[in-house]
Design a protein around this ligand. Structure first.
Ligand code: A3P
Length: 307
């Protein structure tokens, strides 16, 4: 296994990575854009499983669920490595550390792969090999809040400024990975063309067992009811918050500063209500309605129970 080298991160000034650049109309980290060929030419394998999301939609949560499924519910096996080594991040490029592609090239099959790429930027080989992709979407407002806090933690992302300023950039797609609207709609529109399981964070929150059963079915795997319950328990927010193999506490503070906010921050649906002002919400709704007009993709911005 080619481990992502967290020690090497200490030698780097994370602010040197803050620069974003456009790639086919989508803003992304400059390092990714400059080395795009490596991702574009990535060779998929038919038994790869991709976990795709717009950032902050529940990537780590779904990654742990899928790894638990592949480990047949064995928690100890899942603790073998940090999540970024068990589920390499396809397009990630940090100087001095192995890239996501380099990690994946030497990873044994079946590989689990994380990506935040919009569908039109996915390497062609993934579709040629008819790979399965689990896409997790989360409502725009909670993603915006989570992404805002994340920008304050990750020193390699641009300074988000005040929330007002960030929301404006976010709604314009002026952030890393571009527009949330384009991302969720792009994947939604192609979900029947390829082998894509399109899930929602809010549904997972409301009834994790029901959604994990959908994942099992999609992956053509069977599991006893008690093992499914074990996965639900192991991947609950509280468990994951305390699990060093998924809570990113192994990333140096200089890169990911969790002193004020944790990566496992709140883990609920509807937290935006604690952060948006009435005016911000009105502006957001107006923009949302404009950009989602005519789409048959619907999100819940709150749920009755946050288990
Ligand atoms: P919040 O910042 O709203 O708390 P990603 O993994 O895509 O970066 O997403 C991170 C978001 O998912 C964070 O949201 C994090 O708390 C939440 N999350 C991670 N694990 C979770 C879990 N087991 N249950 C619910 N939410 C979870």
């Amino acid at each position: 296994m080619l481990r992502f080298d967290t020690d090497k991160m200490k030698d780097l000034d994370p602010t040197s990575l803050q620069h974003l650049a456009p790639l086919h109309g989508v803003l992304m980290g400059k390092e990714i854009v400059e080395n795009w060929k490596e991702v574009e030419q990535f060779q998929a394998r038919p038994d790869d499983v991709y976990i795709s999301t717009y950032p902050k939609a529940g990537t780590t949560w779904m990654s742990e669920i899928v790894d638990m499924i592949f480990c047949e519910g064995d928690q100890e096996k899942c603790r073998r490595e940090a999540i970024y080594n068990r589920v390499p991040y396809l397009e990630l490029r940090i100087p001095g550390s192995p890239s996501g592609v380099e990690q994946l090239q030497v990873a044994p099959s079946p590989r689990l792969v994380k990506t935040h790429l919009p569908i039109h930027l996915m390497p062609e080989s993934i579709w040629d090999k008819n790979c399965k992709v689990i896409y997790v979407a989360r409502n725009a407002k909670d993603v915006a809040v989570s992404y805002f806090f994340f920008h304050n933690m990750v020193k390699a992302l641009p300074d988000p400024g005040p929330l007002d300023h960030f929301l404006n950039n976010y709604n314009k797609g002026n952030v890393s990975y571009g527009s949330w609207y384009d991302h969720v709609n792009g994947w939604w529109e192609k979900r029947q063309e390829y082998r894509i399981l399109y899930l929602f964070y809010e549904d997972l929150k409301e009834n994790p067992k029901r959604e994990i059963l959908k994942v099992l079915h999609f992956l053509e795997k069977e599991m006893s009811d008690s093992l499914v319950d074990k996965i639900v328990q192991h991947t609950s927010f509280q468990e994951m918050k305390n699990n060093e193999m998924v809570n990113y506490k192994t990333i140096p503070n200089e890169f990911l500063d969790q002193s004020e906010t944790s990566f496992m921050r709140k883990g609920i649906a509807g937290d935006w209500k604690n952060h948006f002002t009435v005016a911000q919400n009105e502006i957001f709704d107006e923009e949302y309605n404009r950009q989602m007009a005519g789409k048959n993709l619907h999100f819940r911005t709150e749920i009755n129970v946050n288990i």
